[in-house]
Design a protein around this ligand. Structure first.
Ligand code: C2E
Ligand code: MG
Ligand code: MG
Ligand code: MG
Length: 286
């Protein structure tokens, strides 16, 4: 009987794995189809404004991918980005976001609407792709934009082993005119040497550091020092995940003048963003 139970157990375990595998393969396959140029399979462009602290004036926006799955409904990036990062699928997803952002900005410009600079997340994997810079420049130009209209956010895990290729690509992107941001700074892999070696314009402070800010005096001392350091090195600093007035005030007090977070705006569909932004532009004209 024990043997029987053991075998059942084993079978259960085995089926468990293959079920998960099947699910993953299916999601991957569906995602891949969704990135086809004319596919309408639920990928959506969301934008989250970046604002001045503490007043909340809109300075820019970050493009964030959403997947409104035909059957499962909204799936968060946390569920499919890591999956996509394991293969070249992430390249297709990022290029979808990049191209969609360019086309969206083009459409708005044709309507005479003003746009702030938009930032796009690029996975570390792109930095190993020889055609990255050409592709980005061509896509931007084909929509009548210039690289300076966009900022590229790269997570610091991209630099864990700082290959020559990675550095060369970053230099080329910046030389082409893109603004470069280091994303999730302070989240775990930070090496201070990146700050001197990489051609960066912006450093985004991870929301974990912001979350601790009001809880703990030492966290506030740390962040004050980090912001001063970044400022003296000539970077613009953006705080991520600003959720409370208290955080916004304290960030402002320690010298951080740009932020992003639910306190101000949640990520929203691109069409909602353009409405919010036009209303905002009209309001500040008075
Ligand atoms: P990220 O680039 O650091 O983006 C910021 C994340 O923080 C977004 O999560 C945003 O919705 C969330 N957030 C903004 N304000 C707040 C706040 O006040 N509180 C909290 N708790 N969260 C806030 P989202 O959209 O779920 O994306 C998660 C991550 O997935 C992103 O982190 C980014 O690393 C990745 N991601 C999203 N879209 C793309 C994409 O198009 N390409 C790539 N490569 N990665 C993407
Ligand atoms: Mg980002
Ligand atoms: Mg990130
Ligand atoms: Mg981040």
């Amino acid at each position: 009987a024990a043997k029987q139970a053991g075998r059942d157990c084993y079978r259960f375990y085995d089926e468990g794995i293959s079920h998960t595998m099947r699910q993953r393969l299916m999601l991957e396959q569906q995602l891949r189809l969704a990135t086809q140029p004319e596919a309408d399979l639920g990928l959506e462009l969301y934008l989250q404004p970046k604002v001045t602290l503490p007043a909340g004036q809109i300075q820019g926006a970050e493009a964030l991918l959403r997947w409104n799955h035909p059957e499962k409904g909204m799936i968060a990036p946390a569920e499919f980005i890591p999956l996509a990062e394991e293969s070249r699928l992430i390249l297709a997803l990022d290029r979808w976001v990049f191209a969609r952002t360019c086309r969206t900005v083009k459409r708005w410009r044709l309507l005479g609407l003003k746009m702030p600079r938009i930032s796009i997340n690029l996975s570390a994997r792109h930095l190993q792709e020889p055609d990255l810079v050409n592709w980005c420049v061509e896509t931007v130009m084909s929509c009548g934009l210039v690289p300076g209209d966009l900022e590229l956010e790269i997570t610091e895990t991209a630099f864990v082993n700082l290959a020559d290729m990675v550095l060369k690509q970053l230099v080329a992107l910046r030389h082409a005119g893109f603004s470069l941001a280091l994303d999730d700074f302070g989240a775990g892999y930070s090496s201070l040497t990146y700050l001197c070696r990489l051609p960066l314009d912006v450093v985004k402070i991870d929301r974990a550091l912001v979350a601790d800010l009001c809880q703990d005096e030492r966290a506030a001392i740390l962040l004050r020092g980090v912001v001063q350091l970044l400022d003296r090195l000539g970077f613009s600093v953006v705080a991520e995940g600003v959720e409370t007035d208290q955080q916004a005030d304290l960030l402002h007090a320690i010298g951080c003048t740009t932020g992003q977070g639910y306190l101000f705006y949640r990520p929203m569909p691109a069409d909602d963003f353009i409405r919010v932004y036009q209303d905002y532009c009209i309001a500040i004209d008075f």
